[in-house]
Design a binder for this molecule. Structure first.
Ligand SMILES: [Zn+2]
Length: 543
């Protein structure tokens, strides 16, 4: 019997019993004012606020949560029996790179099938500069999840200054401030930086503070891929804290980690810095993906100065033996002490447009195949030759599980994927794009007990909602947006591995966006109720 039939039957039984036994129906004399579109019954409700689960029913109408209570007595067009399942707010992924992929795959299947209902893009300093035009374009696309964006400082700088490695002039700084202000007025929820990347790496702290002040004036937050995550991490955390202080802006340390063996264990220090900053009244949070490996382009191994002026300038420097030696030395240092993880085996090619046969292979295998001796210098040469041919994106096995668990356990740390909208089957990408949220709930909550179920849900719902100012979602309360995820806490787990990443998780039973089911437990439904969320939207007050 379908849910619809069940609820019709329930209504008829109710009507008949009211006719026959009026006294028995005292509580239903005043019928519900509004019929619900959807009624989810008997769920273990994990409300997103971190409270212990409780048993209840949730009614949804017009895209919002209408009522929450045990034994709700509301006629509904559709009913889901959620006995034994957890109903939580839909997951909000506060750090990902959905910006271009969402336009080609508006279902964002790899995210939705993890239970994600809202994607916050514009990460690491990269976004559309004309936020108004970009969001207006997305408005015309039917989307499965909701999306919103931070404006990227790197993109703004590139627009005004190209890839120049210098401080801005007064006029250039003014122009960048105008662009950030316009993006905020157009609906960006904050500003992001990628100070490890070009051209963010060319920005001094004062420049970043000036731009962060503009975002702060509009109620936005600042989220940063720190200037360094390996050697230099502590100084980079201190820089972010200074930006919070001097710009007067909430700060998020994104995909927080300690890269490279030299830095393993230093999350003790960085989390203590976060705590002491909070103790003096600075609003600082962090997010994290639940894996001991990172992923980004090969150029992350290059010193920023070598990329000033763009690719042609980089190639010219590599043509100059003296400069090439300096670049190779810096790459060797990064391979040993930073993202390279001190072994060419720790760097795996995720995607490589100029040679797809390299995808899935690590640098050691590639050296072996080419009959080249395994030395750090030869690995640096290989990296340079790959970049000269067009580059590649890689997975870097350079983190430590103790740091992953320690960072995850901190109350001000959220879960976020750092992933992207996937083309199923293409390349050998980091599994985070398919597995982040189910991995937290299955591996770190159920199998390892690192954090509780309720805390994990809080860190993927109300906490990111609070950070991004999306206060009418990320929580199960009457009046909140009906973005909901139903999952089996005993079964949920990620399936994507580093070797075979293109695998969807199991245990996600239903994903609902704005009251409509986008994933039914087996397949995407084709519904596309997702909306572009703007900072300028007025949140509907909770009832
Ligand atoms: Zn990043």
């Amino acid at each position: 019997m379908s849910g619809k039939q069940i609820s019709l039957l329930a209504v008829s039984v109710l009507l008949i019993s009211c006719l026959v036994l009026p006294a028995a129906c005292a509580h239903s004399r005043q019928p519900a004012r509004t019929a619900a579109d959807l009624l989810i019954t008997g769920a273990k409700i994990v409300d997103g606020a971190g409270n212990p689960w409780y048993l209840g029913d949730v009614a949804v109408a017009d895209g919002r949560i209408l009522a929450v209570r045990a034994q709700l007595d509301i006629p509904a067009a559709d009913t889901i029996d959620a006995l034994g399942l957890v109903l939580s707010p839909g997951f909000i992924d506060i750090h990902n790179h959905c910006d271009s992929g969402i336009r080609h795959n508006p279902d964002a299947t790899n995210f939705v099938r993890q239970g994600v209902t809202t994607l916050i893009g514009g990460a690491d300093g990269g976004s559309a500069v004309d936020m108004g035009a970009y969001l207006a374009g997305l408005d015309t696309l039917p989307l499965a999840p909701n999306v919103c964006f931070t404006v990227g400082q790197g993109s703004v700088r590139r627009e005004v200054m190209g890839l120049d490695d210098r401080a801005p002039t007064a006029e250039e700084l003014q122009r960048m401030k105008q662009l950030v202000g316009q993006a905020m007025r157009d609906g960006a929820v904050g500003i992001s930086t990628g100070l490890k990347y070009v051209p963010g790496a060319y920005s001094g702290t004062e420049e970043v503070i000036e731009l962060a002040k503009v975002a702060a004036a509009y109620g936005g937050y600042y989220t940063s891929h720190l200037r360094e995550e390996g050697p230099g991490l502590i100084e980079a955390v201190a820089e972010a804290i200074r930006i919070a202080d001097e710009a007067g802006i909430p700060v998020n340390l994104t995909h927080h980690k300690a890269v490279g063996k030299l830095m393993w264990g230093r999350s003790v220090t960085t989390l203590a810095m976060l705590d002491s900053a909070r103790a003096r009244g600075l609003d600082i949070t962090a997010d994290q993906y639940p894996y001991p490996a990172t992923s980004t382009g090969l150029r992350v191994l290059f010193p920023p100065w070598s990329m000033a002026g763009g690719t042609d300038s980089l190639y010219a420097r590599l043509d100059n033996p003296v400069q090439k030696e300096k670049i190779a030395g810096a790459i060797a240092f990064a391979l040993t002490n930073d993202r390279g993880g001190d072994d060419p085996q720790n760097v795996t090619i995720a995607s490589c447009a100029h040679d797809h046969s390299l995808e899935g292979k690590n640098l050691r295998q590639i050296l072996e195949e080419r009959g080249i001796e395994q030395t750090i210098e030869n690995t640096a040469e290989l990296v340079i030759s790959l970049v000269l041919k067009g580059g590649a994106s890689c997975v870097y096995h350079c983190l430590n599980e103790d740091d992953v668990a320690r960072i995850m356990s901190h109350p001000a740390v959220m879960h976020a994927s750092d992933g992207t909208v996937m083309e199923f089957g293409k390349g050998v990408p980091h599994p985070r794009s398919y597995g982040t949220f189910p991995r937290v709930l299955g591996h770190y909550v159920r199998e390892l007990g690192v954090i509780s179920l309720e805390d994990a849900v809080r860190k993927m719902t109300s906490l990111p909602a609070q950070r991004a100012g999306l206060l009418d979602r990320g929580i199960i309360r009457p009046g909140a947006a009906a973005d909901l995820t139903l999952f089996d806490p005993e079964r949920i787990i990620d399936k994507a591995t580093f070797e075979k990443p293109h695998q969807y998780p199991v245990g996600i039973e239903r994903v609902i966006v704005g009251g409509r089911t986008v994933f039914d437990g087996n397949k995407m439904t084709g519904e596309r109720p997702g909306r572009v969320l703007r900072r300028t939207d007025r949140p509907v007050g909770l009832l």
